[in-house]
Write a protein that binds this ligand. Structure first.
Ligand SMILES: [Zn+2]
Length: 293
């Protein structure tokens, strides 16, 4: 067992809360999870963290920091989160609560931000200086690394593709606008539209999702000039190859710039779990994510 201190990883996922201790090589030493409660979400998370710490063998050194991922929008300056699938958390001061609970530094990021950090820690992006990661679960989340630098932005949501307009006057989005990408590909919106699970979606819904994803990616890559876009998440798993095939066709139609001719849309070969992604935020050497000041 590794003797360097692990990190405490926490993932606020669509249907559940997950917490665990992850070592500096990405191995999960202890893990636990609980279904997303309908109320008192913080109390459940607090109990979960205490359970993980209580279950940690004595041979494991004390954890050094906390990495926590939550779908955006987040506000890294105040450490607040507002995940659309947790109605009671609006500007909820998650970092402050976790700092008080653990007495450690807390590094908060979006699900997309955690995905890009994990890809360049343990995934294929270790040698890719400019790439984007898109995670499509209950909602869409994404982030960008350009020239080896992870863009964070004023509030920590840089690189988010979810509310890119893909269909003017199109479907209503949970954000209040119309025609965003999210209502065409996010599981929360699709399941309420179809009244059935994702795996039973008909091909027109899958095609439409791929086309809208392709439109959003085409607009984004024209601006950010990346080599690779990694696409992962439960919707990608549920819709299968048809989703990314439709997406690639649409990009072929809408992206004709010579510099983007070699763009690759890939599912990451190695499946990095949400806990490992959250751990990537806090492991040694990830100083880029430490808050300023
Ligand atoms: Zn929106």
């Amino acid at each position: 067992m590794s003797t360097s201190p692990p990190v405490l990883a926490i993932a606020i996922e669509p249907g559940r809360l997950a917490a665990g201790l992850v070592d500096q090589r990405g191995s999960v030493l202890v893990r636990d999870r609980v279904a997303m409660p309908t109320r008192d979400v913080w109390r459940s998370l607090e109990r979960l963290v205490r359970r993980v710490l209580a279950a940690t063998p004595e041979s494991v050194p004390p954890f050094m920091a906390v990495g926590v991922s939550c779908v955006g929008p987040i506000d890294v300056r105040s450490g607040a989160v507002s995940p659309p699938h947790v109605a009671s958390w609006r500007q909820f001061p998650l970092s402050e609560h976790l700092e008080a609970l653990t007495d450690r530094q807390v590094i908060l990021d979006t699900a997309g931000g955690a995905a890009v950090e994990a890809e360049r820690w343990l995934g294929e992006a270790k040698t890719t200086p400019s790439f984007m990661s898109i995670v499509i679960d209950a909602v869409v989340d994404s982030a960008i690394v350009i020239d080896g630098i992870r863009l964070s932005g004023a509030h920590g949501n840089a690189g988010s593709i979810a509310h890119t307009t893909v269909d003017p006057d199109g479907r209503e989005c949970w954000c209040g606008a119309r025609g965003c990408l999210d209502p065409y590909v996010g599981a929360m919106a699709l399941e309420s539209e179809m009244s059935r699970p994702l795996r039973r979606a008909n091909s027109s819904i899958v095609d439409r999702a791929g086309i809208m994803l392709g439109r959003a990616i085409a607009s984004t890559i024209a601006m950010v000039d990346v080599d690779v876009v990694y696409v992962a998440g439960s919707v990608v798993d549920g819709f299968g190859d048809a989703l990314l095939d439709a997406c690639r066709r649409e990009i072929g139609q809408r992206s004709r710039l010579p510099n983007l001719a070699g763009l690759r849309i890939l599912e990451p070969v190695e499946h990095l779990s949400p806990l490992v992604r959250a751990a990537a935020l806090a492991v040694d050497g990830n100083a880029a994510n430490l808050p300023v000041g």
